[in-house]
Each structure stands twice: as structure tokens, then as C-alpha cells.
Design a protein around this ligand. Structure first.
Ligand SMILES: Cc1cc2nc3c(=O)[nH]c(=O)nc-3n(C[C@H](O)[C@H](O)[C@H](O)COP(=O)(O)OP(=O)(O)OC[C@H]3O[C@@H](n4cnc5c(N)ncnc54)[C@H](O)[C@@H]3O)c2cc1C
Length: 451
């Protein structure tokens, strides 16, 4: 691989991590970002405030040497704390080993840290307030606007990596030029963030070591802890229709909706009506593109190539895994065109698989978690993992705690496991009703050992 300079557009989580990894391989990196430098500034509003970080993301951050800078900022969550309609709660653990946790982290803190680490690497230059505005594919140049003076700069591509997120301008440019096929599938539901402040002593007002869920069938509320004692709650709801963001505009209707569906959470949100009216409804969707590159000129990486809905908490984790795999491809292949082609061929089946699982998890979180049959199947899958650890790992655990298991394997094995769980729990109401000898026979017949 030649050690040519690499240009990256978009200094979000993917662009910043990629800059760090490529710099380590000896590339000079020019990173262009529309927004102003976030370092030393308060967070911008309008984007999810905290994120769930899991094993795939942590593994990538460790490989890049960034994890020690972030470890202090992580808040462990050991399971889903389900809030039922009557105000009762129950914990569904995510895993069964001490390290089987996921972590809440501030998006702003994560971005800042990645940029701090990237910017202190010799050979990495970050150009804030520089917006990519178009590509001249015949000439192999990209047009970037310096927003501070308005000047338009032309930079060579070969290679230019587009990590400009779900609404990627580069993806749309490549699609308009018929260089790739791309489409965006809009979910009928959107999201809105609401806050649950700390108590007077600065402490969390609910268990801080869990991800809180209020599953209500066609919609749900979730809340993740922040390190200042607050929680960020996110309401996922239809955008249009009888019960929807569109229909909930009047204070009385908002109050009625919250008190009917989330009475316990409502009491903890003093600014609920003002926030409900002021905060935007966020877009949720899935991006699909193929191929992800044009010659050796440019490639889409991260959300620009494959944004997914947030219900598995894997979007950014998946993007970080992209960076690791892309970095590995640069070691294996001599030309950027080969790197791009191999990266796409290896990675797309996995990003397609997590896109499917992320959509499926919406149904699981807003509806299935509340059903006794689902709860029995959850308990059984943990028990089967205890008894047959090399053969049976719950799908959620494969995705969240096993970076060595590709997403496509998790999806394939998860489908077989789901059938098995349904068969084994038919007519059962507790674990003592399960025929474990049959379970063992079926697992041996249907699931090859992992590794
Ligand atoms: C509500 C919600 C909750 C989520 N929760 C989780 C979670 O819990 N766990 C998880 O793993 N993932 C989560 N995600 C997904 C996660 O946010 C994304 O996968 C991740 O941010 C993608 O990173 P990225 O760098 O590829 O794109 P982005 O984060 O979108 O960053 C793109 C960057 O490019 C810049 N940019 C855009 N256009 C241009 C341009 N023309 N020129 C220059 N710069 C440009 C932007 O300013 C931005 O800085 C969530 C997403 C949403 C919407």
C-alpha cells in the first residue's frame, strides 16, 4: 500500500477513529468537518445525547489506543429495567458474566476525545468549518467550502473517505452520478429526547446501572444514565396518525399521553411539556448502498454507507468495527481500489445483518420484552448458554459481547436458536418445564460448535 495522503470528510466517530488508525500506518490525514471544533464547547443540541457502547466499539477503541482516555466516562448498564404500565419494574440482565455489560457514554465526550487524540497525532490535520459540497468524478477532485471565509477549495480524491454520516452528501453525489445504487428507507416512527434531571443532591433518580425501558406496544420510552446524575429519555413514536408526534402538539394532550402511558417517568420530567414542544422529532431510517466505492477515488464508510435504526445500540459500534476492518484491508492490499473493493465485499454482508437485527430489536424492545413467553425464552437462552457454552450464545450476547462473532453469524445462528427456543418453550411456563435432554439433542443437531 502506498503511503499517500488520505482525505476524510466528516469528523464524527467514524472519521476521527479512521484518522487515528490510518495515521498509525504512516498516512498523512486531512480531515474536513462542517461543524466548529467541539473541543472546549458545550454539546450541540439535536442529536442523541448519550450512546450505548459495547464490545465491538470498545475493541476498536482499544486497538486505536483511545480507550484509556474514555474509560472514566463510561457508565455500566447491566440490563434492561422494564417499567410496566402499572409502575412495577423488573430487571432483564443483558448477560451472565461480570464483563457482559454495555456502557452509556456522552456523544459529545466521545467525539471530543476522539478528536483530541486524532489532532495530536503528527500528520493529522483537522479542518473544522469545512464542508464538502460536491465531487467532480471525471477530474477526481472534491469541492470543499471553507465556511469561515466562503472560499471554495478543490482537493484531489484518490483517496477520499466519506464518513459524512447517514445523510451523506458524497453518497448522494455518487448516486446522482449513477456510480452506485443507494436508497434510504424511512421508518414510520421518529424520536424525541426528554430529560430526567438529577435530584437535589445530584444523584440519579432511578437505578443508574440499567437501561430503562417503558414498552408500550406501538411506542416506547427509554432512558440512559448520564454522569451528572441525569438521564436522557428518548420517546420513539409514530410520526403521523392517531397517537403520534403529529397529533401531540397541545400541552393538555402531551400531559394526558405521558400520564396515561408513563406516569412514573412523567413525574421525573419537570420540563416535559416545554421539551416536548421544543425538541425536534429525529429521523430514523436505514441506508443501503452498493457498491460503497468508486474506483480508487472514494469510498463510503460508517453511517454514510449503512446507517441503521438505533434499537440495537449498534450503529456507532458497527462503524468502529468498519474502521478496524478497513485498516486491516490497507495492510492486505496494494492499491486503494483493491482496499475499497475488499472492504465492501467483506463488510457488507455483516452490515446488512445488523440492519435486520436492529429493526427486529425495535419490536423486541417496545413489545416482546413485556410478554411472559419472551421472558421465559430469555431465561432459557441464558440457561442454555450456561449448559452448552460453545454451542449456544443468546443472539443479543453475540452482537453485544462477542466482537469475534461476525454479525452475519449472529443473525444466522440467532434464527436457528429462536426456532429452538419457541419449540422448547411451547406449553412451558417456567424453566422447570423444559426438557433439557431434548434441548441438548437439538442443539447438537442444529448448531455446530463456535470456533
Ligand atoms: C437516536 C439515536 C440513538 C443512537 N444510539 C446509538 C447507540 O446507543 N449506540 C450506537 O452504537 N449507535 C447509536 N446510534 C448510531 C450512531 O449515532 C451512528 O451510527 C454514528 O454516529 C455514526 O457515526 P459516523 O461518524 O459514521 O456519522 P455521524 O456521527 O453522523 O458523523 C458524520 C460527521 O460528518 C460531518 N459532515 C456531514 N456532512 C458533511 C459535509 N458535507 N462535509 C463535512 N463534514 C460533514 C457531520 O457534521 C458529522 O460530524 C444512534 C443514532 C441515533 C439517531
Amino acid at each position: 500500500m502506498d503511503r499517500s495522503a488520505v482525505r476524510i470528510i466528516g469528523a464524527g466517530p467514524t472519521g476521527a477513529l479512521l484518522a487515528i488508525l490510518l495515521q498509525r500506518r504512516g498516512h498523512a490525514v486531512e480531515l474536513y468537518e462542517t461543524r466548529p471544533d467541539p473541543r472546549g464547547r458545550p454539546p450541540e443540541s439535536g442529536r442523541s445525547i448519550n450512546l450505548a457502547l459495547a464490545d465491538r466499539g470498545i475493541h476498536a477503541l482499544q486497538l486505536a489506543g483511545v480507550f484509556p482516555d474514555l474509560e472514566q466516562a463510561l457508565l455500566p448498564m447491566r440490563g434492561r429495567l422494564i417499567h410496566d404500565a402499572e409502575g412495577g419494574t423488573s430487571l432483564q440482565p443483558y448477560g451472565q458474566r461480570p464483563n457482559e455489560l454495555i456502557y452509556s457514554i456522552s456523544r459529545h465526550r466521545l467525539n471530543q476525545t476522539l478528536l483530541e487524540v486524532a489532532a495530536r497525532q503528527p500528520g493529522v490535520t483537522v479542518h473544522f468549518e469545512h464542508r464538502f459540497e460536491g465531487a467532480e468524478f471525471d477530474e477526481g477532485t472534491a469541492l470543499i467550502r471553507d465556511l469561515r471565509g466562503g472560499r471554495l477549495i478543490s482537493v484531489p480524491m484518490h483517496p477520499l473517505l466519506a464518513t459524512d454520516g447517514a445523510g451523506s452528501w458524497m453518497r448522494r453525489s455518487m448516486n446522482s452520478a449513477h456510480l452506485i445504487g443507494a436508497h434510504e428507507t424511512d421508518l414510520e416512527h421518529g424520536y424525541k429526547e426528554l430529560s430526567i434531571p438529577a435530584d437535589a443532591a445530584g444523584r440519579h433518580r432511578m437505578a443508574r446501572d440499567a437501561l430503562h425501558i417503558w414498552p408500550r406496544g406501538n411506542f416506547m420510552l427509554i432512558a440512559l444514565p448520564n454522569d451528572d446524575g441525569s438521564f436522557t429519555a428518548t420517546l420513539f413514536l409514530a410520526k403521523h396518525g392517531e397517537v403520534s408526534f403529529e397529533s401531540l402538539t397541545e400541552p393538555a394532550a402531551i400531559e394526558r399521553f405521558l400520564s396515561q402511558n408513563f406516569p412514573d417517568a412523567r413525574e421525573l420530567m419537570p420540563d416535559r411539556v416545554a421539551e416536548f414542544k421544543d425538541h425536534p422529532v429525529g429521523f430514523l431510517g436505514t441506508v443501503s448502498a452498493s457498491p460503497w466505492h468508486h474506483q480508487g477515488m472514494t469510498a463510503l464508510i460508517g453511517d454514510s454507507a449503512h446507517a441503521i435504526v438505533p434499537f440495537h445500540g449498534q450503529g456507532m459500534n458497527c462503524c468502529f468495527e468498519d474502521c478496524v476492518e478497513f485498516d486491516a484491508c490497507t495492510l492486505e492490499h496494494a492499491s486503494w481500489e483493491r482496499v475499497f473493493a475488499e472492504f465492501g465485499a467483506l463488510r457488507k454482508p455483516n452490515t446488512d445483518a445488523i440492519a435486520v437485527m436492529a429493526l427486529d430489536n425495535y419490536l423486541e424492545m417496545r413489545e416482546r420484552v413485556a410478554h411472559p413467553k419472551f421472558q421465559l425464552q430469555q431465561a432459557l437462552s441464558l440457561e442454555l448458554e450456561r449448559r452448552f457454552p460453545q454451542r449456544f450464545i443468546p443472539r443479543y450476547s453475540m452482537v453485544m459481547f462477542h466482537h469475534e462473532i461476525p454479525y452475519q453469524t449472529a443473525l444466522r445462528r440467532g434464527t436457528v436458536q429462536a426456532e429452538l427456543l419457541a419449540e422448547l418453550t411451547a406449553g412451558a411456563s417456567t424453566l422447570s418445564d423444559i426438557d433439557f435432554e431434548r434441548a441438548e439433542r437439538e442443539i447438537r443437531a442444529r448448531l455446530a460448535p463456535l470456533n
